[in-house]
Ligand binder design. Sequence first.
Ligand code: SF4
Ligand code: SF4
Length: 165
Amino acid sequence: MIESTNLCLSCGLCCDGTLIGFVRLDTKELSDLREIKHIEEADGKGFFLQPCDDYCDGCTIYSQRPKQCAKFKCGLLKSVEKKKVDFDSAIEVINTVKQKKEVIEKKVAKLKLELKHKSFYFKTVELKKILQHIKYESDLSKNHQQLMSDLNALELIISEKFDLL
Ligand code: SF4
Ligand code: SF4
């Protein structure tokens, strides 16, 4: 239990917009959540976009966090809880994701690719579309190809280790 809490405190990838783009809210909790955080609402349904405003090296509204957040466990966390992955190896995976994310963000800035989205999750979706479009119009430069391969490599680690489906 302490290990899993410490793992999440060292991670935050499901709150900072890296792994998840938005959080759906239970209709019954909307009125309470409206009081404590900015949420989007349409047709009686609610959600909020990541990165979450309440994430600051941990959840700042932990005791009142949405149900979806409280019940969420990624595959990596479940593997640590089941002792299939040890704590240090899990931290290594998290750090690898953070490093790869940083490299991608630096390359995006260097290539002067302008992205509309705020979360890394939606940025990667947008980036892939842009790269496909460039590829369709002309050949991808070496730097663009490298960026595409970095995105694919990160996507593979996330799908293999975090099992978000
Ligand atoms: S992504 Fe997994 S390990 Fe990281 S904070 Fe979320 S539940 Fe915890
Ligand atoms: S409300 Fe808390 S647990 Fe939920 S996404 Fe925001 S910071 Fe994370």
